[in-house]
Ligand binder design. Structure first.
Ligand code: GLA
Length: 652
């Protein structure tokens, strides 16, 4: 097997891999070679994206990190929590109050129990300095009707220890071993403490401990931290041990389930889009970070937004893309930059990002509170369908995003986004919305809370610099008797997306490094995922097209892939026109398209090659709960063909 193909197998069998993964990095590397080979394309009849925990809609709440960094205190956290309740934000869905890095003092060496810094959390001193508990803190939050979140790391040490400068407050104290506050080697003990004993409901698990403590790190060389051979090399996917990272996160998921018999928890993965987490994060936890940290700057917003915006098919109820917490209130999103602050909120809502406020709410102006409290926009984000917005128009300057909301296919949300620092005109067409061009389209402005004059065909809008207009639209769908799969990304899971060699996405906005300025040679985005499954686009972002025939709707994916599709009782038939996409670089492979219902073959295409006209597939879905769409090439290669499920739809 070629190395690339071996990697394909590795990706395809991660659950099996995770079992029995040793906890040391060295042995985890050794495990990679012994990866069992399974048939990833076999129809299973099961939805495999994560559905444990409680994240049927994107979690909402508040986190200490963007507000206070490691300088958090119990009083500061509770101040914002109180304002969330008193202002009515809690009633609108902001529920999780999360403490991030900085809460810990040390790990007690007699029994490995984590100790809280009682100077920061006075209520934790339940039995003097040595007997600490965050239970009084979570009790307070629970009595307020809120939920409580905590933070840890995959490795032995956390991000503040890896990257904090000499003046970082509240770094863990004591000996090298006492300062090992991360989960590594303590997964069951810590998860049980945080959830069973202390009563937390949410955990974010960072990855700095498995990234920044290699033998060549200054901190390790100075003897202040123990070496842990890195599992993640942010610059090199080939030097990253994908199965080991996934294995550690999977062990945590297992412990979370065991420590939370009522299932009331949220598991937030923070691997920043590294380790090909795009492909598997959705199978392991409720949230998965798609990029490095957001900063309060416009260009960083573009970077982070881009890392999630083309990943609609990877987000579903229970498993969401996370482009990072809100930075509204700070820097270029502060009370003097309300246009930018509103854009940030509208965009995060449209792509089903978690809405976690990162601001000291005791300082928030009424205008900022109004942004957080916009009920119509919150409702888009919290829609039960869980359909992340799909890009209907894409450019470096302006974008149009469309989001399916509610059960009525005549209604959709639409956002017009001006990424630039100049005013721009945007033409929105009925076609972008997949509405008939000869029927009126109505728009309701969700910022102004006002109706616009209806239009037919198309309408022109002027956007101020950095402005996002956001509307609920209604019109007459082109497809009258069902819905396109690409409009229902919350019900489509690329269980195997065919990516053999994970690559960084070249279309993610490249900003000047927020941390290094222009030192070095500049960062290309390390976020892997280029070439994954796309709604209404080819895997590489082009128009869907088979033998010259363009498709406005459809799923673009690589060969040797399997999509799972949740079916509702009213869906009676599946239809699509399939073939090798004209964008393919592999023009020799023959690909067979098969449709399964609850694990049984319903219909199959001929083997189809580049240039062959699309073949129509139609399958009766009577009684079927789960459809699987499998595209198989007879000769799998490291450069799989791009294929198209054109006009794929569930019909009544
Ligand atoms: C990483 C994470 C951030 C935050 C910090 C804490 O950088 O990505 O969200 O948790 O660590 O140190």
């Amino acid at each position: 097997m070629t190395p690339a193909l071996r990697r394909l197998r590795r990706h395809a069998a991660p659950v099996a891999l995770a079992v029995g993964l040793a906890l040391t990095a060295a042995s985890a590397h050794a495990e990679t070679a012994a990866t069992p080979v399974v048939a990833p394309l076999a129809a299973t009849g099961k939805w495999s994206a994560y559905s444990e925990g409680r994240a049927a809609t994107p979690p909402m709440g508040w986190s200490s990190w963007n507000a206070f960094g490691t300088d958090l205190t119990e009083a500061r956290v509770l101040d914002s929590a109180r304002i969330i309740v008193d202002s009515g934000l809690a009633a609108k869905g902001y529920r999780y109050i999360n403490i991030d890095d900085g809460w810990w003092l040390k790990r007690r060496q007699s029994d490995g129990r984590m100790q809280v810094r009682i100077q920061l959390f006075p209520s934790a001193a339940v039995g003097g300095g040595e007997e600490t508990s965050l239970r009084p803190f979570t009790d307070r939050l629970h009595k307020m009707g809120l939920k409580a979140g905590i933070y840890s790391d995959l490795g032995r040490n956390a991000c503040s220890q890896a990257y904090g400068g000499p003046n970082t407050p509240n770094l863990p104290e004591g000996t090298v071993l006492e300062r090992e506050v991360g989960l590594y080697g303590h997964i069951e003990q810590d998860i049980s403490l945080y959830f069973k004993d202390w009563g937390f409901d949410f955990i974010k698990v960072d990855g700095c401990g498995v990234r920044a403590f290699g033998a060549d790190s200054e901190r390790v060389k100075a003897g202040t931290y123990r070496e842990l051979p890195p599992l993640i090399d942010f610059q090199s996917i080939s030097r990253t041990n994908i199965p080991a990272v996934r294995g550690l996160y999977t062990q945590i998921a297992t412990s979370l389930k065991a420590s939370n018999p009522d299932g009331d928890y949220v598991f937030s993965l923070c691997a920043w889009g590294s380790a090909d987490v795009r492909a598997w994060g959705k199978d392991v936890g409720n949230l998965s970070r798609t990029s490095d940290d957001l900063t309060p700057s416009w260009s960083r917003l573009l970077t982070n937004f881009d890392s999630a915006a083309t990943r609609a098919l990877y987000a579903h109820p229970g498993s969401w893309n996370d482009p990072d917490m809100l930075f509204i209130g700070h820097g270029e999103f502060d009370a003097k930059h309300l246009v930018e602050a509103r854009s940030h909120f509208a965009l995060w809502a449209m792509i089903n990002a978690p809405l976690l406020i990162g601001y000291d709410l005791s300082q928030a102006s009424p205008e900022l509170m109004q942004i957080f409290g916009n009920e119509a926009i919150i409702a888009l984000n919290q829609d039960a369908g869980g359909h992340q917005a799909v890009l209907a128009y894409d450019s470096d300057d302006v974008q149009i995003l469309i989001k399916t909301v509610g059960a009525d296919p005549t209604r959709k949300a639409v956002a017009l986004f001006n990424r630039t620092a100049e005013g721009k005109d945007i033409i929105l067409t009925a076609e972008h919305l997949k509405y008939l061009a000869n029927q009126p389209v109505k728009l309701h402005d969700l910022w102004a809370q006002a109706d616009q004059a209806p239009f037919t065909g198309e309408a022109k809008f002027h956007l101020d610099p950095h402005q996002t207009l956001i509307f609920m639209a209604s019109g007459t769908p082109v497809l009258s008797n069902g819905q396109y799969l690409s409009d229902l990304p919350g019900r489509v899971n690329p269980a195997v997306d065919g990516v053999v060699v994970p690559q960084a996405d070249p279309f993610i906005y490249r900003m000047k490094s927020p941390w290094n300025g222009t030192r070095g040679r500049g960062d290309i985005p390390a976020y892997t995922g280029w070439g994954g499954a796309q709604a209404d686009a080819s895997p590489h972002g082009r128009q869907l097209q088979i033998a010259g025939k363009a498709f406005r709707s459809g799923i673009g994916i690589l060969a040797n892939s399997r999509l799972e599709v949740r079916v509702q009782p009213s869906d009676r038939r599946f239809e699509a026109r399939v073939g090798v996409d004209d964008s393919t670089l592999n023009t020799t492979e023959a690909v067979t398209f098969a449709v399964y219902g609850d694990g049984k073959l319903l219909v199959k295409s001929q083997p189809l090659r580049f240039g062959q006209t699309p073949q129509a597939l139609s399958a009766d879905l009577n009684g079927v709960r789960l459809v699987e769409l499998v595209a198989t090439s007879a000769s799998p290669s490291a450069n799989p063909a791009a294929v198209t499920w054109g006009d794929a739809a569930l019909l009544k």
